[in-house]
Design a protein around this ligand. Sequence first.
Ligand code: PFF
Length: 448
Amino acid sequence: MAQQRTTFNSKLGLIMASVGSAVGLGNIWRFPCEAGEHGGGAFLIVYILCVMLLGLSVMLAEFFTGRASQKDAVGAFKILAPNTMWKIIGYNGVIAAFLIFGFYSVVSGWTLEYIYQSASGNLRADSVEEFTANFGKFTSDVFRPVLWVVIFTLITHIVVSSGVKKGIERSSKIMMPLLFVILIILGIRSLMLPNAVEGLKFFFNPDFGKINSAVILSALGQAFFSVSVGMGCMITYASYFNKSINMPNTAVSVVALDTLVAVLAGIIIFPAVTSFNISPSQGPTLVFVTLPNIFQQMPFGDLWSFIFFVLLAIAALTSIISLHEVVTAYLHEQYRMSRRKATAIVSLCGLALGIICSLSFGVLSHVKIFGVIIFDLLDFVTANLMLPAGGMLICIFAGWFISKKALKTELTNSGTIRFRLFAVFAFIIKYVAPVIIALVCLNQLGLF
Ligand code: PFF
Protein backbone atom coordinates (compact mmCIF):
# COMPACT_ATOMS: atom_id res chain seq x y z
CA MET A 1 0.00 0.00 0.00
CA ALA A 2 1.18 3.50 -0.80
CA GLN A 3 2.62 5.47 2.07
CA GLN A 4 0.19 7.93 3.63
CA ARG A 5 0.98 11.47 2.52
CA THR A 6 1.92 14.13 5.02
CA THR A 7 -0.97 16.52 5.64
CA PHE A 8 -1.32 19.73 7.57
CA ASN A 9 -2.54 19.04 11.08
CA SER A 10 -5.39 21.47 11.31
CA LYS A 11 -7.61 23.64 9.19
CA LEU A 12 -6.31 26.74 10.89
CA GLY A 13 -2.74 25.60 10.29
CA LEU A 14 -3.22 25.08 6.59
CA ILE A 15 -4.97 28.40 6.16
CA MET A 16 -2.19 30.16 8.05
CA ALA A 17 0.46 28.42 5.93
CA SER A 18 -1.32 29.36 2.69
CA VAL A 19 -1.95 32.91 3.86
CA GLY A 20 1.69 32.98 4.95
CA SER A 21 2.74 32.17 1.42
CA ALA A 22 0.42 34.75 -0.09
CA VAL A 23 1.15 37.58 2.33
CA GLY A 24 4.66 38.79 1.76
CA LEU A 25 6.84 41.52 0.37
CA GLY A 26 4.29 41.63 -2.43
CA ASN A 27 1.64 43.03 -0.09
CA ILE A 28 3.66 45.35 2.08
CA TRP A 29 6.43 46.48 -0.27
CA ARG A 30 5.20 46.00 -3.84
CA PHE A 31 1.47 46.76 -3.44
CA PRO A 32 1.72 50.27 -1.94
CA CYS A 33 4.36 51.14 -4.49
CA GLU A 34 2.20 49.95 -7.40
CA ALA A 35 -0.89 51.63 -5.96
CA GLY A 36 1.07 54.84 -5.40
CA GLU A 37 2.35 54.87 -8.95
CA HIS A 38 -1.00 54.04 -10.50
CA GLY A 39 -3.36 56.50 -8.89
CA GLY A 40 -4.25 55.00 -5.49
CA GLY A 41 -8.02 54.34 -5.32
CA ALA A 42 -8.36 53.58 -9.02
CA PHE A 43 -5.68 50.92 -8.75
CA LEU A 44 -7.24 49.46 -5.61
CA ILE A 45 -10.57 48.85 -7.34
CA VAL A 46 -9.03 47.22 -10.40
CA TYR A 47 -6.76 45.17 -8.18
CA ILE A 48 -9.64 43.83 -6.10
CA LEU A 49 -11.52 42.89 -9.26
CA CYS A 50 -8.46 41.05 -10.64
CA VAL A 51 -7.93 39.18 -7.40
CA MET A 52 -11.56 38.15 -7.05
CA LEU A 53 -12.08 37.21 -10.65
CA LEU A 54 -8.76 35.70 -11.67
CA GLY A 55 -6.53 35.21 -8.63
CA LEU A 56 -9.21 33.25 -6.82
CA SER A 57 -10.01 31.05 -9.82
CA VAL A 58 -6.39 30.23 -10.56
CA MET A 59 -5.87 29.41 -6.89
CA LEU A 60 -8.80 27.03 -6.94
CA ALA A 61 -7.51 25.37 -10.11
CA GLU A 62 -4.17 24.88 -8.31
CA PHE A 63 -5.87 23.57 -5.18
CA PHE A 64 -7.71 21.05 -7.34
CA THR A 65 -4.50 19.90 -9.04
CA GLY A 66 -2.59 19.57 -5.78
CA ARG A 67 -5.15 17.77 -3.70
CA ALA A 68 -6.47 15.50 -6.45
CA SER A 69 -2.95 14.26 -7.19
CA GLN A 70 -1.36 14.52 -3.72
CA LYS A 71 1.92 15.27 -5.45
CA ASP A 72 4.49 17.99 -5.93
CA ALA A 73 4.10 20.59 -8.71
CA VAL A 74 5.53 18.35 -11.45
CA GLY A 75 4.33 15.00 -10.12
CA ALA A 76 0.77 16.32 -9.99
CA PHE A 77 0.60 16.52 -13.78
CA LYS A 78 2.24 13.13 -14.18
CA ILE A 79 -0.62 11.66 -12.15
CA LEU A 80 -3.53 13.66 -13.55
CA ALA A 81 -2.33 13.73 -17.16
CA PRO A 82 0.15 10.88 -17.65
CA ASN A 83 2.37 10.94 -20.72
CA THR A 84 1.34 14.42 -21.77
CA MET A 85 3.10 17.73 -22.02
CA TRP A 86 1.07 19.27 -19.19
CA LYS A 87 3.92 18.66 -16.76
CA ILE A 88 5.56 21.67 -18.39
CA ILE A 89 3.33 23.74 -16.09
CA GLY A 90 5.03 22.06 -13.16
CA TYR A 91 8.54 22.62 -14.50
CA ASN A 92 7.69 26.25 -15.21
CA GLY A 93 6.56 26.54 -11.60
CA VAL A 94 9.58 24.86 -10.04
CA ILE A 95 11.98 27.00 -12.07
CA ALA A 96 9.99 30.17 -11.32
CA ALA A 97 9.97 29.35 -7.60
CA PHE A 98 13.73 28.91 -7.61
CA LEU A 99 14.35 32.13 -9.52
CA ILE A 100 11.98 34.14 -7.29
CA PHE A 101 13.74 32.64 -4.28
CA GLY A 102 16.96 34.23 -5.58
CA PHE A 103 15.80 37.85 -5.65
CA TYR A 104 13.27 37.51 -2.82
CA SER A 105 16.04 36.45 -0.45
CA VAL A 106 17.93 39.64 -1.26
CA VAL A 107 15.04 41.96 -0.37
CA SER A 108 14.30 39.78 2.67
CA GLY A 109 17.92 40.26 3.71
CA TRP A 110 17.52 44.04 3.44
CA THR A 111 14.68 43.85 5.97
CA LEU A 112 17.10 42.27 8.46
CA GLU A 113 19.61 45.09 7.94
CA TYR A 114 16.85 47.63 8.57
CA ILE A 115 15.78 45.81 11.73
CA TYR A 116 19.37 45.93 12.90
CA GLN A 117 19.75 49.61 11.99
CA SER A 118 16.50 50.52 13.76
CA ALA A 119 17.44 48.57 16.87
CA SER A 120 20.85 50.18 17.06
CA GLY A 121 19.40 53.66 16.42
CA ASN A 122 21.42 54.14 13.25
CA LEU A 123 18.61 54.46 10.74
CA ARG A 124 19.06 58.21 10.47
CA ALA A 125 19.90 60.74 7.81
CA ASP A 126 19.59 64.47 7.24
CA SER A 127 17.54 64.31 4.08
CA VAL A 128 15.73 61.98 1.70
CA GLU A 129 18.75 62.26 -0.60
CA GLU A 130 20.99 60.99 2.17
CA PHE A 131 18.60 58.10 2.90
CA THR A 132 18.65 57.25 -0.80
CA ALA A 133 22.44 57.40 -0.91
CA ASN A 134 22.74 55.23 2.21
CA PHE A 135 20.35 52.69 0.75
CA GLY A 136 22.34 52.60 -2.50
CA LYS A 137 25.63 52.29 -0.62
CA PHE A 138 24.29 49.42 1.47
CA THR A 139 22.69 47.44 -1.36
CA SER A 140 25.78 47.71 -3.56
CA ASP A 141 28.16 46.61 -0.80
CA VAL A 142 30.00 43.32 -1.35
CA PHE A 143 29.73 42.05 2.18
CA ARG A 144 26.78 43.28 4.25
CA PRO A 145 23.76 42.46 2.09
CA VAL A 146 25.33 39.10 1.25
CA LEU A 147 25.70 38.33 4.93
CA TRP A 148 21.99 39.01 5.44
CA VAL A 149 21.10 36.78 2.47
CA VAL A 150 23.11 34.00 4.13
CA ILE A 151 21.32 34.51 7.45
CA PHE A 152 17.87 34.68 5.89
CA THR A 153 18.48 31.58 3.81
CA LEU A 154 19.70 29.76 6.90
CA ILE A 155 16.52 30.62 8.81
CA THR A 156 14.43 29.47 5.84
CA HIS A 157 16.45 26.27 5.69
CA ILE A 158 15.82 25.53 9.36
CA VAL A 159 12.05 25.96 8.98
CA VAL A 160 11.72 23.91 5.79
CA SER A 161 13.98 21.14 7.03
CA SER A 162 11.79 20.78 10.11
CA GLY A 163 9.09 19.53 7.75
CA VAL A 164 5.59 20.47 6.69
CA LYS A 165 3.87 20.13 10.07
CA LYS A 166 6.57 21.05 12.51
CA GLY A 167 8.31 23.64 10.38
CA ILE A 168 5.92 25.30 7.96
CA GLU A 169 2.58 24.86 9.72
CA ARG A 170 3.76 25.59 13.23
CA SER A 171 5.84 28.64 12.33
CA SER A 172 3.02 30.10 10.22
CA LYS A 173 0.55 29.61 13.05
CA ILE A 174 2.74 31.77 15.26
CA MET A 175 3.96 34.29 12.73
CA MET A 176 0.74 35.14 10.88
CA PRO A 177 -1.31 36.23 13.92
CA LEU A 178 1.72 38.22 15.09
CA LEU A 179 1.85 39.89 11.71
CA PHE A 180 -1.81 40.88 11.94
CA VAL A 181 -1.31 42.35 15.40
CA ILE A 182 1.68 44.40 14.19
CA LEU A 183 -0.25 45.57 11.12
CA ILE A 184 -3.13 46.78 13.23
CA ILE A 185 -0.88 48.60 15.72
CA LEU A 186 0.97 50.33 12.90
CA GLY A 187 -2.29 51.14 11.11
CA ILE A 188 -3.72 52.84 14.21
CA ARG A 189 -0.49 54.77 14.69
CA SER A 190 -0.57 55.95 11.12
CA LEU A 191 -4.20 57.04 11.31
CA MET A 192 -3.35 59.22 14.28
CA LEU A 193 -0.85 61.26 12.29
CA PRO A 194 -1.82 64.81 11.31
CA ASN A 195 -3.31 65.02 7.82
CA ALA A 196 -3.83 61.25 7.68
CA VAL A 197 -7.16 61.83 5.95
CA GLU A 198 -5.42 63.03 2.81
CA GLY A 199 -3.63 59.70 2.54
CA LEU A 200 -6.86 57.79 3.03
CA LYS A 201 -8.51 59.88 0.36
CA PHE A 202 -5.72 59.10 -2.06
CA PHE A 203 -5.98 55.40 -1.30
CA PHE A 204 -9.74 54.94 -1.14
CA ASN A 205 -11.20 57.65 -3.35
CA PRO A 206 -11.12 56.22 -6.84
CA ASP A 207 -10.62 58.61 -9.69
CA PHE A 208 -12.06 56.49 -12.48
CA GLY A 209 -10.45 58.73 -15.04
CA LYS A 210 -7.13 57.26 -13.98
CA ILE A 211 -8.01 53.71 -15.00
CA ASN A 212 -6.17 52.86 -18.19
CA SER A 213 -4.52 49.80 -19.67
CA ALA A 214 -1.30 50.29 -17.71
CA VAL A 215 -3.28 50.32 -14.45
CA ILE A 216 -5.14 47.15 -15.39
CA LEU A 217 -1.98 45.32 -16.40
CA SER A 218 -0.02 46.18 -13.33
CA ALA A 219 -3.00 45.30 -11.12
CA LEU A 220 -3.26 41.88 -12.72
CA GLY A 221 0.46 41.17 -12.41
CA GLN A 222 0.35 42.28 -8.80
CA ALA A 223 -2.70 40.10 -8.10
CA PHE A 224 -0.92 36.96 -9.31
CA PHE A 225 2.29 37.67 -7.48
CA SER A 226 0.45 38.57 -4.31
CA VAL A 227 -1.74 35.50 -4.00
CA SER A 228 1.16 33.22 -4.97
CA VAL A 229 -0.39 31.64 -8.01
CA GLY A 230 0.92 30.59 -11.37
CA MET A 231 3.92 28.70 -10.09
CA GLY A 232 2.86 25.53 -8.38
CA CYS A 233 3.05 26.88 -4.87
CA MET A 234 -0.62 26.34 -4.15
CA ILE A 235 -0.43 22.97 -5.93
CA THR A 236 2.29 21.90 -3.52
CA TYR A 237 0.48 23.20 -0.42
CA ALA A 238 -2.85 21.70 -1.50
CA SER A 239 -1.15 18.34 -1.87
CA TYR A 240 -0.86 18.46 1.93
CA PHE A 241 -4.60 19.19 2.40
CA ASN A 242 -6.66 16.31 3.68
CA LYS A 243 -9.74 15.19 1.79
CA SER A 244 -12.24 16.86 4.09
CA ILE A 245 -10.96 20.39 3.59
CA ASN A 246 -13.44 22.76 1.99
CA MET A 247 -11.22 24.13 -0.79
CA PRO A 248 -13.53 26.83 -2.19
CA ASN A 249 -13.89 28.33 1.29
CA THR A 250 -10.17 28.02 1.94
CA ALA A 251 -9.34 29.82 -1.31
CA VAL A 252 -11.77 32.62 -0.44
CA SER A 253 -10.23 32.97 3.04
CA VAL A 254 -6.68 33.08 1.69
CA VAL A 255 -7.48 35.63 -0.99
CA ALA A 256 -9.56 37.75 1.41
CA LEU A 257 -6.85 37.81 4.08
CA ASP A 258 -4.18 38.56 1.52
CA THR A 259 -6.20 41.49 0.20
CA LEU A 260 -6.90 42.68 3.72
CA VAL A 261 -3.16 42.81 4.43
CA ALA A 262 -2.51 44.75 1.23
CA VAL A 263 -5.23 47.24 2.21
CA LEU A 264 -3.84 47.51 5.75
CA ALA A 265 -0.38 48.14 4.30
CA GLY A 266 -1.92 50.98 2.28
CA ILE A 267 -3.58 52.33 5.44
CA ILE A 268 -0.20 52.32 7.16
CA ILE A 269 1.80 53.84 4.36
CA PHE A 270 -0.35 56.46 2.59
CA PRO A 271 -1.43 58.50 5.66
CA ALA A 272 2.23 58.52 6.74
CA VAL A 273 3.32 59.67 3.31
CA THR A 274 0.78 62.49 3.00
CA SER A 275 1.24 63.50 6.60
CA PHE A 276 4.88 64.25 5.87
CA ASN A 277 4.07 65.81 2.54
CA ILE A 278 5.79 63.25 0.40
CA SER A 279 4.58 62.09 -2.99
CA PRO A 280 2.96 58.64 -2.82
CA SER A 281 4.35 57.71 -6.22
CA GLN A 282 7.87 57.09 -4.97
CA GLY A 283 8.29 53.66 -6.55
CA PRO A 284 10.24 50.75 -5.05
CA THR A 285 12.16 52.92 -2.61
CA LEU A 286 8.92 53.85 -0.80
CA VAL A 287 9.51 51.32 1.96
CA PHE A 288 13.30 51.46 2.31
CA VAL A 289 13.85 55.19 1.85
CA THR A 290 10.63 57.13 2.33
CA LEU A 291 9.38 55.26 5.39
CA PRO A 292 12.62 55.46 7.39
CA ASN A 293 12.59 59.17 6.66
CA ILE A 294 9.06 59.39 8.03
CA PHE A 295 9.79 57.22 11.07
CA GLN A 296 12.72 59.43 11.96
CA GLN A 297 10.38 62.39 12.26
CA MET A 298 7.93 60.58 14.55
CA PRO A 299 8.22 60.29 18.33
CA PHE A 300 9.72 56.88 19.16
CA GLY A 301 10.61 56.60 15.48
CA ASP A 302 13.21 53.86 16.01
CA LEU A 303 10.67 51.72 17.77
CA TRP A 304 8.06 52.10 14.98
CA SER A 305 10.65 51.47 12.37
CA PHE A 306 11.87 48.37 14.21
CA ILE A 307 8.31 47.04 14.46
CA PHE A 308 7.65 47.75 10.80
CA PHE A 309 10.74 45.93 9.53
CA VAL A 310 10.08 42.97 11.82
CA LEU A 311 6.66 42.81 10.19
CA LEU A 312 8.22 42.88 6.74
CA ALA A 313 10.73 40.17 7.67
CA ILE A 314 8.01 37.87 9.04
CA ALA A 315 5.90 38.34 5.92
CA ALA A 316 8.93 37.64 3.75
CA LEU A 317 9.89 34.53 5.70
CA THR A 318 6.52 32.79 5.46
CA SER A 319 6.50 33.46 1.71
CA ILE A 320 10.03 32.38 0.98
CA ILE A 321 9.37 29.16 2.88
CA SER A 322 6.69 28.32 0.32
CA LEU A 323 9.02 29.05 -2.58
CA HIS A 324 11.59 26.74 -1.02
CA GLU A 325 8.98 24.05 -0.42
CA VAL A 326 7.93 23.97 -4.09
CA VAL A 327 11.45 23.02 -5.17
CA THR A 328 12.17 20.81 -2.14
CA ALA A 329 8.99 18.76 -2.62
CA TYR A 330 9.82 18.37 -6.31
CA LEU A 331 13.33 17.05 -5.67
CA HIS A 332 12.21 14.91 -2.75
CA GLU A 333 9.41 13.23 -4.67
CA GLN A 334 10.62 13.14 -8.25
CA TYR A 335 14.20 12.04 -7.51
CA ARG A 336 13.36 9.98 -4.45
CA MET A 337 15.83 12.01 -2.45
CA SER A 338 15.57 12.22 1.30
CA ARG A 339 13.80 15.39 2.38
CA ARG A 340 16.90 16.46 4.22
CA LYS A 341 19.08 16.19 1.16
CA ALA A 342 16.51 17.94 -1.03
CA THR A 343 16.22 20.81 1.45
CA ALA A 344 20.00 21.18 1.64
CA ILE A 345 20.40 21.26 -2.14
CA VAL A 346 17.69 23.90 -2.54
CA SER A 347 19.14 26.03 0.25
CA LEU A 348 22.66 25.89 -1.16
CA CYS A 349 21.68 26.57 -4.77
CA GLY A 350 19.19 29.23 -3.66
CA LEU A 351 21.93 30.85 -1.59
CA ALA A 352 24.28 30.93 -4.57
CA LEU A 353 21.60 32.58 -6.70
CA GLY A 354 20.72 35.00 -3.90
CA ILE A 355 24.35 36.05 -3.58
CA ILE A 356 24.62 36.63 -7.33
CA CYS A 357 21.42 38.72 -7.24
CA SER A 358 22.71 40.74 -4.32
CA LEU A 359 26.04 41.39 -6.02
CA SER A 360 24.21 42.51 -9.14
CA PHE A 361 23.63 45.82 -7.34
CA GLY A 362 27.38 46.29 -6.85
CA VAL A 363 30.35 44.40 -8.25
CA LEU A 364 28.22 42.58 -10.81
CA SER A 365 26.25 45.65 -11.88
CA HIS A 366 28.10 45.72 -15.19
CA VAL A 367 26.63 42.28 -16.05
CA LYS A 368 23.52 43.21 -17.95
CA ILE A 369 21.21 40.87 -19.77
CA PHE A 370 18.71 42.51 -22.12
CA GLY A 371 19.96 45.77 -20.68
CA VAL A 372 19.08 45.06 -17.03
CA ILE A 373 20.95 43.74 -14.00
CA ILE A 374 20.43 40.11 -12.94
CA PHE A 375 18.10 41.02 -10.05
CA ASP A 376 15.76 42.99 -12.30
CA LEU A 377 15.89 40.35 -14.99
CA LEU A 378 14.74 37.62 -12.60
CA ASP A 379 12.02 39.87 -11.22
CA PHE A 380 10.74 40.70 -14.69
CA VAL A 381 10.93 37.21 -16.18
CA THR A 382 9.20 35.51 -13.25
CA ALA A 383 6.53 38.01 -12.21
CA ASN A 384 5.66 39.26 -15.67
CA LEU A 385 6.10 36.18 -17.82
CA MET A 386 6.41 32.89 -15.96
CA LEU A 387 3.63 33.44 -13.40
CA PRO A 388 1.01 34.70 -15.86
CA ALA A 389 1.98 31.93 -18.33
CA GLY A 390 1.72 29.32 -15.55
CA GLY A 391 -1.61 30.76 -14.42
CA MET A 392 -3.01 30.71 -17.92
CA LEU A 393 -1.88 27.14 -18.57
CA ILE A 394 -3.27 25.81 -15.31
CA CYS A 395 -6.65 27.35 -16.18
CA ILE A 396 -6.55 25.76 -19.62
CA PHE A 397 -5.54 22.47 -18.02
CA ALA A 398 -8.32 22.46 -15.43
CA GLY A 399 -10.87 24.05 -17.77
CA TRP A 400 -10.33 22.03 -20.92
CA PHE A 401 -8.36 18.88 -20.12
CA ILE A 402 -9.96 17.87 -16.84
CA SER A 403 -13.60 16.85 -17.10
CA LYS A 404 -16.12 19.10 -15.42
CA LYS A 405 -17.33 16.14 -13.45
CA ALA A 406 -13.90 15.31 -12.04
CA LEU A 407 -13.36 18.96 -11.21
CA LYS A 408 -16.67 19.23 -9.41
CA THR A 409 -16.23 15.95 -7.55
CA GLU A 410 -12.87 17.04 -6.12
CA LEU A 411 -13.93 20.59 -5.30
CA THR A 412 -17.10 19.46 -3.56
CA ASN A 413 -15.39 16.59 -1.72
CA SER A 414 -17.42 14.06 -3.72
CA GLY A 415 -20.61 16.04 -3.36
CA THR A 416 -20.47 16.32 0.41
CA ILE A 417 -20.05 20.10 0.43
CA ARG A 418 -21.72 22.74 -1.67
CA PHE A 419 -19.91 24.92 -4.15
CA ARG A 420 -22.63 27.23 -5.36
CA LEU A 421 -20.55 29.21 -7.80
CA PHE A 422 -19.02 26.19 -9.50
CA ALA A 423 -20.51 27.07 -12.90
CA VAL A 424 -19.08 30.59 -12.68
CA PHE A 425 -15.69 29.21 -11.70
CA ALA A 426 -15.73 26.69 -14.56
CA PHE A 427 -16.61 29.45 -17.02
CA ILE A 428 -13.85 31.73 -15.78
CA ILE A 429 -11.08 29.14 -15.97
CA LYS A 430 -12.26 27.93 -19.35
CA TYR A 431 -12.76 31.21 -21.17
CA VAL A 432 -12.24 34.41 -19.21
CA ALA A 433 -8.92 33.82 -17.46
CA PRO A 434 -6.98 32.37 -20.42
CA VAL A 435 -8.02 35.19 -22.73
CA ILE A 436 -7.32 38.01 -20.28
CA ILE A 437 -4.00 36.53 -19.16
CA ALA A 438 -2.91 35.91 -22.76
CA LEU A 439 -3.55 39.56 -23.54
CA VAL A 440 -1.50 40.59 -20.52
CA CYS A 441 1.41 38.33 -21.50
CA LEU A 442 1.42 39.64 -25.05
CA ASN A 443 1.33 43.14 -23.73
CA GLN A 444 4.28 42.48 -21.42
CA LEU A 445 6.23 41.25 -24.39
CA GLY A 446 5.29 44.40 -26.24
CA LEU A 447 3.44 42.40 -28.88
CA PHE A 448 0.05 43.94 -28.22
N1 PFF B 1 2.90 36.06 -2.58
C1 PFF B 1 4.20 36.48 -2.16
C2 PFF B 1 4.17 37.95 -1.86
O1 PFF B 1 3.13 38.59 -2.01
O2 PFF B 1 5.19 38.48 -1.46
C3 PFF B 1 5.27 36.19 -3.17
C4 PFF B 1 5.21 34.79 -3.68
C5 PFF B 1 5.39 33.73 -2.79
C6 PFF B 1 4.93 34.57 -5.00
C7 PFF B 1 5.26 32.44 -3.22
C8 PFF B 1 4.81 33.28 -5.45
C9 PFF B 1 4.97 32.24 -4.55
F1 PFF B 1 4.84 31.02 -4.96
